[in-house]
Design a protein. Structure first.
Length: 253
């Protein structure tokens, strides 16, 4: 009999706790909005813009703080935030105390592309294209020249040249030496790629991405063992297209 009464009491306590919790959740208002934007070093969007966007879209101009949580369409808010072109993913949730949390993961640009007609866009590490930002410029590898890659929101690279650029940018982005070295990729007629270094008045002829790893390893060895000894101003071109060798042409000056 004692155990039966104990279980009944526990059940009543559980039901009461659930009821009061449910009642509080139904009447609880939003007390604060916490916005986390990652990576922090990328500034495509700020906290005020996120809150304004969430408020305008979710509440038609009403402030989020003070609004009952039951009136907030959190799933719709999350969906709308995910549609911002600079945002890779969005997560929105609220706790029982009324704190609304917004967690955003920004797209990380890996290369900035300028088409033949002047249109520009970024490509992230997943090959997804997204537009430039009016308020912030993220400094990354720049590519221009004979590029006809179309731009559509959240489209991935599709053309031969687009994929070639993506392969080179991925390799450079994952190599600290090359990332510090290469500033620009210029695509010549015939889809031949030329690298422009950040320092030095010369160009590096890469050609295609065939044997890409071998080409970049040759370049690193040449930089470390030859270029520093001979001098950077003595060369006009460094050609990586030939098997097991680096062919250089002296500067005409």
């Amino acid at each position: 009999m004692f155990y039966i009464l104990l279980w009944v009491c526990l059940f009543v306590v559980f039901v009461c706790a659930y009821w009061f919790g449910f009642k509080k959740e139904a009447t609880q208002k939003c007390t604060q909005v916490d916005v986390q934007i990652l990576p922090q070093e990328i500034k495509f969007i700020n906290q005020k813009q996120v809150i304004d966007f969430a408020s305008n879209k979710a509440q038609k101009g009403k402030c989020l703080v003070g609004t009952p949580l039951s009136k907030l369409n959190i799933l719709q808010m999350e969906k709308r935030l995910s549609q911002i072109p600079f945002i890779q993913s969005a997560q929105v949730y609220a706790n029982i105390d009324g704190k609304l949390s917004i967690e955003l993961q920004q797209r990380v640009p890996m290369i900035r592309v300028e088409r033949y007609d002047g249109m520009q866009f970024y490509i992230d590490q997943y090959g997804v294209k997204f537009p430039l930002c009016d308020q912030y410029v993220h400094r990354v590898l720049f590519a221009n020249g004979n590029i006809f890659e179309r731009f559509e929101k959240e489209d991935t690279v599709y053309s031969f040249v687009g994929n070639e650029l993506f392969k080179v940018a991925s390799y450079v982005d994952n190599d600290p030496f090359l990332k510090a070295l290469v500033e620009q990729i210029f695509v010549r007629a015939g889809n031949e790629m030329v690298l422009i270094p950040k320092m030095g008045d010369f160009e590096i002829i890469l050609g295609s991405t065939e044997d890409l790893s071998d080409k970049f390893e040759k370049l690193k060895v040449f930089y470390k063992e030859a270029l520093n000894r001979i001098g950077w101003d003595n060369f006009g071109t460094i050609d990586l297209r030939f098997k097991s060798q680096v062919v250089c042409k002296k500067n005409k000056a």
